[in-house]
Design a protein around this ligand. Sequence first.
Ligand code: PLP
Length: 384
Amino acid sequence: MRAHILEELSKLKAAGLKRSLKLVEGPQGPRVSVDGREVILLCSNDYLGLANDPLVKEAAKEAIDRWGLGAGASRLVSGNMEPHMMLEERIRRFKGAESVLLFNSGYNANLGVICALAGRDAEIFSDKLNHASIVDACVLSRARFKRYPNRDLGSLETLLRMSKARKKLIVTDGVFSMDGTIAPLKEITGLLDRYDATLFVDDAHATGVLGPTGRGTLEYFNVTHPSIIQMGTLGKALGAFGAFIAGPVELTELLISRARPFIYTTALPPAVCMAAIKAIDIIDQRPTLRERLWKNVSILKKGLEGAGLDTMGSETQIIPVLTGTAERATAISAKLLSMGVFIHGIRPPTVPEGKSRLRITVTAAHTEEDLILALSAIKEAFNG
Ligand SMILES: *Cc1c(COP(=O)(O)O)cnc(C)c1O
């Protein structure tokens, strides 16, 4: 067995695709310690700095005292506790949704919903740049599935027109996780009635961030439609862990009986739920967090583009900088780390061949000084 594993590892290494873990010491924040050195962290999805917020931490601590640590069982057995119900109700109000169901992660939510909705009698239409969890879900669902070029409405409509499937499910990221671009949800929603289709929006990177009050991509475009289902994660801008599905009440009822990643897994720890509730309260009470985030996005993007770097059309807090080859992405990322700036290189298969990049994510917690220092290091690393 060892020989087989070593063979696979050496293949990965030869292709420049071997991955390894980096240790971040201490809590998440705009500056963290890596290998014992302080670095500016520009690859976390803790977009509002809530993962280490004192009020969020306090909510988790109080919840541990009241409800203990683990939920002890799946929600359908004996793990359904008050914090789960309270968080679902808080998210339901936040999203203005009819019904909400928690999942243990966005990955699980995508598997659960797509497989529960789309069986062999369905056809799925999935944007080519959708997150890996969506691709996995499409394969696992056994539905027919077609991928359309990123944000290409003409191709999507052609596929819908040609489809003979009784059930049609369009799936798209709200914000594309490696490009930082936004899906054209207004136009996609315009297709739903004409083709009797359902739209599933993975709003992992938009929840808490996009739209005037941080409700996500639908709020950003001011779109509503009864045939839209939304997924949001609690692990990114909310600084916690877990995920949710928001949609019609029949949907959550179906998921409780059919979504295997909901049924066959231990419920979220109560303290995580109470911390997420506090995070949503903060998102509602502190609009300045979003203002700071967008100001930081603008500073960083202007600086990068001013230096002639290609930010690949980014519209959000996710700002890629194209390197081309995987080797160059790895080399620049390593150089930046040695200069005190932590940004990952993203390589195939996460992104297409030849589209390797540095993927910068900026947060509300970064100071202008952090960004100025990072910009000067990035410019030097790219030109050196
Ligand atoms: C991060 C991410 C997920 C997974 O969410 P987790 O809660 O981290 O499992 C799903 N979809 C997209 C687009 C993501 O970026």
